[in-house]
Ligand binder design. Structure first.
Ligand code: ADP
Ligand code: ADP
Length: 228
């Protein structure tokens, strides 16, 4: 787990208007923070800057107080939770969850892989499905496999980029509560991007509202509800 500090972050693509304009947020260790706002407001750019997939034009990004602006994604120990379609259809659930460990060459023995995958599967109630292929799972189970990949990496933080946007309304509701329970159970620092008001108001400890690349406000859901 880790704290994440955004100090006056700026992202410019070419000469245009900044996609992210002077955003500062202190994300506490274990906090669940939501980035919300309309399409094009800079949510995914900000998330990608945190994970290291997008260069930072200006400002500073700190993880546990250490500047990471120039660190490669693999050196940041953050886990992106992808939408369910990011699963490998030809691999079993077990191998899908193990995949990040296999990428990190030489780091994990087969015994360690087995231990980490088995624990993640138990946490996610996927133990009985480990030998299945994604096509034979429900949407909710697939989403849990995607979470399993993040868990197994023992990352310092989870980053979610609209993970529920492909799901139907019923499943979205179910997954919302699963993600919320999971985050609280694991207590892992999480940053969650969505344009969905319900997700924003029910999932996080705090909601950061973005508009045209700027941080409009940041408050708890309760404080946002109570605003006139
Ligand atoms: P959101 O995730 O809130 O929909 P984005 O972060 O995707 O917003 O985009 C913010 C702004 O940056 C938009 O104006 C978008 O067009 C622009 N943008 C995003 N990615 C690129 C890119 N690779 N090149 C140029 N402009 C981009
Ligand atoms: P390469 O160095 O082969 O081009 P990448 O740059 O795609 O590979 O990724 C290198 C490492 O960075 C991956 O092994 C992974 O640990 C990490 N990484 C890449 N993308 C993400 C992401 N979206 N979320 C978390 N970690 C990532």
């Amino acid at each position: 787990m880790a704290s994440i500090t955004l100090n006056n972050l700026v992202k410019k693509y070419g000469d245009g208007f900044p996609a992210v304009n002077d955003i500062s947020i202190d994300i506490a260790d274990g906090e669940f923070i939501i980035l919300v706002g309309p399409s094009g407001c800079g949510k995914s750019t900000l998330l990608r800057m945190i994970v290291g997939l997008e260069d930072i034009t200006d400002g500073e990004l700190l993880i546990d107080g250490e500047r990471v602006n120039d660190k490669a994604p693999r050196d940041r120990n953050l886990a992106m939770v992808f939408q369910n379609y990011a699963l490998y259809p030809h691999l079993t659930v077990y191998e899908n969850i193990a995949f990040p460990l296999r990428l990190a060459k030489g780091k994990h023995s087969e015994e360690q892989v087995n231990k980490l995958v088995t624990e993640a599967a138990a946490t996610l109630e996927l133990t009985d499905h480990l030998q299945r292929k994604p096509a034979n799972l429900s949407g909710g189970q697939r989403q849990r496999v995607a979470m399993g990949r993040a868990i197994v990496r023992q990352a310092d933080a989870f980053l979610f980029d609209e993970p529920l946007s492909n799901l139907d309304a019923k499943l979205r509701g179910q997954m919302r509560s699963e993600i919320s329970q999971m985050q609280r159970r694991l207590g892992v620092t999480s940053v969650y991007v969505t344009h969905d008001q319900t997700e924003a108001m029910t999932l996080g400890d705090r909601v950061a509202v973005l508009k045209m690349g700027e941080l409009q406000q940041i408050a708890s859901p309760r404080e946002l509800y109570e605003q006139p």
